[in-house]
Design a protein. Structure first.
Length: 521
C-alpha cells in the first residue's frame, strides 16, 4: 500500500563530468510502498542519477534523503546499509555457484552460512516468486529465474528500496507478467521500487507515478494511471511514440543468405547449441528470429559472422554483383568484405572501442573498404569526414569525432554502430537486438533506417527480445528453441502472447517438431 511519507528524496542533484553536465538540479521524490518509474532519453541522466542513489557516484551539488534523514552515500555499501538495493540490467551472478551461494556471497555476516541463512534465502525466494531449490546451480536457470535470484540478493541484504534497471529487456510477455505480479505483491508488503525502463506501455502498467528526465534535468512527475503513452513520449523527446511497421512487402525471390544444416557443438553440456539450422534470407526481406535468451540465437549470429566455427553445415552469401561466396570456412573479416554488416548483441564487447575516438570506431570492421581506406591504406581524414556524416545522419549527440566512444550514452553509441554498419551498402545486415536499451527517439531512428535499407534491397537477419519490434519489422518470424528452429509465424497475424508461448515451447515438442513447416496459429 502506497504511503504519503517519502522513502527517497533527491533534491537539487547536480553532477558534472569534464565537458558534460549529466544531472542539473534534478528533483525526485519517491513515496514509501510505491512503484516509481524513471524515464528519459539515452543521455538524459537516468543512469547517473541511479548511480548517485546507489553510492557509485557522489553529486557535486544537492542532497539525498532516505526515510527523512539526509545521508551521504560514499559507496554501494553505504547504500545497502541505508536499505537500498539495485538489480542491474546485466546480471551479476556466478554460474558455477548455487542460488544460495550467490545470495550469501559477500553477505555472510548477516545470517552466517548455515541453516538460518538457508531458511532466510528460502523465505525470500518464495516471496520473490523463485521456486527452485537453493542448491540449484545458477547455470541451470532461465533468464527470469536469474533475475529473481538478483532480487533475492538485494532483499537478503535488507533492501526496502529496490532499483530495477531495465528489468524486462530480455523477458518474454509471460515472464514480464510474472515479474510484475512479484513487484505488486512486494509493493503490498511495503517495498518501494524505482523502475527504469524505455518501454512506456510497461511503465504505465506497473508504475504508480512516473518521473521524466530530459537532457539531465527533471521535466515532471505524472500519474501512470492517467498519462498516455503518447504523452510520456512527448515529455521525453517531444514527439509521438513511433510504431514499427514494414509497410508494403519488398521481399524478392533473390536469396542473399543461405544457411544449410548448421550445427554447433562443444559447449560442454552434451547438447548442440545449434542443431540442423537451415534458413534463407532474400533481398528486401527482414527475417526475424524469436527465442528466449539462451536458446541458440547468440550462437546462430556468431556462427553466421564467423566468430564461432560450425561443426557442420554451410553458410553462403550472394553479394550485390550476384556472386555467391561460400563463407563456411571464412573468418569474420572475409565475411564482412563479402558484404555483411553486423550490429552485435553486446556493443561494448564487439561493437566499439570505448577508449578510442569516434572516427577510429567508424573504421572497425571496415578497414579494407572505402571511404575509410584506399586499398590497404587507411585514410584518417576520410574516416573523420565520414564519421561526421554519421553523426549528422543518425543524430549521434557528441561534441566531435575525437571524443572517446565510451563518453557517449548507450543510445548514441548504438546509433553510431548502426550508422557504421549501414554504410557501404552491405548485401546483408545481421542485427542482434538493434534497439536494446535505447530510448524511443533512438529506437524510431533505427527502425526507420532498417526499413529504408530494406526497401533499397537489403537482406536483414534480425534477432530481438522485443516482440513488438520483431512483429513490426519482420516479413517472416522463425522461432528458435533449444538450438533448433521450431516454428514459423506470420507477423501480420501473430500476437506477442502467441509468439511468447511458442518461444517457451508451450504446446510443442521441440525434440520432434519439424521446424520449417510448423505454423504458429
Amino acid at each position: 500500500m502506497t504511503e504519503t511519507r517519502e522513502a527517497v528524496e533527491l533534491d537539487g542533484i547536480t553532477k558534472r563530468f569534464p565537458g558534460v553536465v549529466a544531472n542539473s538540479d534534478v528533483h525526485l521524490s519517491v513515496r514509501r510502498g510505491e512503484v516509481h518509474a524513471l524515464c528519459g532519453e539515452n543521455g538524459a541522466g537516468k543512469s547517473t542519477l541511479m548511480k548517485i542513489l546507489y553510492g557509485m557516484q557522489q553529486p557535486d551539488e544537492g542532497t539525498v534523503t532516505i526515510d527523512g534523514e539526509v545521508v551521504r552515500l560514499r559507496g554501494p555499501q553505504d547504500a545497502i546499509r541505508a536499505g537500498i538495493g539495485m538489480v542491474h540490467q546485466h546480471f551479476m551472478l556466478a554460474d558455477n555457484l548455487t542460488v544460495a551461494e550467490n545470495v550469501l556471497l559477500g553477505a555472510e555476516s548477516r545470517h552466517g552460512i548455515g541453516r538460518t541463512a538457508r531458511a532466510r534465502v528460502v523465505e525470500l525466494a518464495a516471496g520473490a516468486g523463485l521456486r527452485v531449490d537453493p542448491d540449484t546451480l545458477v547455470e541451470h536457470l532461465g533468464v527470469a529465474d536469474r533475475q529473481r535470484v538478483e532480487i533475492v540478493k538485494v532483499l537478503y541484504r535488507g533492501a526496502g528500496i529496490v532499483i530495477l534497471d531495465e528489468p524486462t529487456a530480455v523477458l518474454v510477455p509471460q515472464e514480464v507478467d510474472a515479474l510484475f505480479d512479484t513487484v505488486r505483491r512486494m509493493r503490498e508488503r511495503g517495498y518501494t521500487f524505482l523502475f527504469i525502463s524505455h518501454k512506456l506501455d510497461e511503465v504505465r502498467r506497473i508504475a504508480d507515478r512516473v518521473t521524466v528526465l530530459r537532457r539531465g534535468t527533471t521535466v515532471g512527475t505524472v500519474d501512470a494511471a492517467t498519462v498516455s503513452t503518447t504523452e510520456l513520449a512527448e515529455l521525453m523527446v517531444g514527439s509521438e511514440l513511433p510504431s514499427p511497421t514494414t509497410g508494403a512487402s519488398t521481399v524478392t525471390d533473390r536469396p542473399v543468405l543461405r544457411v544449410t544444416g548448421l550445427r554447433l557443438t562443444g559447449d560442454g553440456s552434451g547438447r548442440a547449441a545449434l542443431d540442423d539450422v537451415s534458413l534463407t534470407v532474400h533481398a528486401g526481406e527482414v527475417l526475424g528470429i524469436a527465442g528466449v535468451e539462451g536458446n541458440g540465437q547468440t550462437e546462430l549470429v556468431e556462427t553466421v559472422m564467423g566468430m564461432r566455427p560450425a561443426s557442420a553445415g554451410t553458410v553462403e552469401l550472394r553479394d550485390a554483383d550476384g556472386r555467391v561466396h561460400d563463407l563456411t570456412r571464412s573468418g569474420t573479416l572475409a565475411r564482412r568484405e563479402a558484404g555483411i554488416g553486423y550490429i552485435p548483441e553486446d556493443r561494448t564487447r564487439h561493437g566499439i572501442l570505448a577508449t578510442r575516438p569516434l572516427w577510429v570506431n567508424r573504421i572497425l570492421g571496415h578497414q579494407t573498404r572505402p571511404p575509410v581506406s584506399r586499398g590497404q591504406i587507411l585514410d584518417p581524414t576520410a574516416a573523420r569526414a565520414d564519421t561526421r556524416r554519421i553523426l549528422d545522419d543518425y543524430d549521434v549527440r557528441a561534441p566531435g569525432v575525437e571524443v572517446a566512444a565510451g563518453a557517449l550514452s548507450g543510445g548514441n553509441q548504438q546509433k553510431l554502430v548502426v550508422g557504421r554498419e549501414l554504410s557501404g551498402d552491405p548485401a546483408l545486415l545481421v542485427a542482434a537486438h538493434p534497439t536494446r536499451g535505447v530510448d524511443v527517439g533512438a529506437q524510431a531512428l533505427i527502425w526507420d533506417r532498417i526499413r529504408a535499407a530494406r526497401r533499397a534491397g537489403l537482406a536483414v537477419l534480425l534477432v530481438s527480445a522485443d516482440l513488438d519490434e520483431l512483429i513490426g519489422l519482420s516479413d517472416t518470424i522463425r522461432v528458435m528453441l533449444r538450438g533448433r528452429l521450431v516454428g514459423t509465424a506470420d507477423p501480420a497475424t501473430v500476437t506477442p502472447t502467441e509468439l511468447g508461448s511458442a518461444m517457451t515451447g508451450a504446446g510443442a515438442d521441440p525434440e520432434a517438431a519439424d521446424a520449417v513447416g510448423e505454423e504458429i496459429a
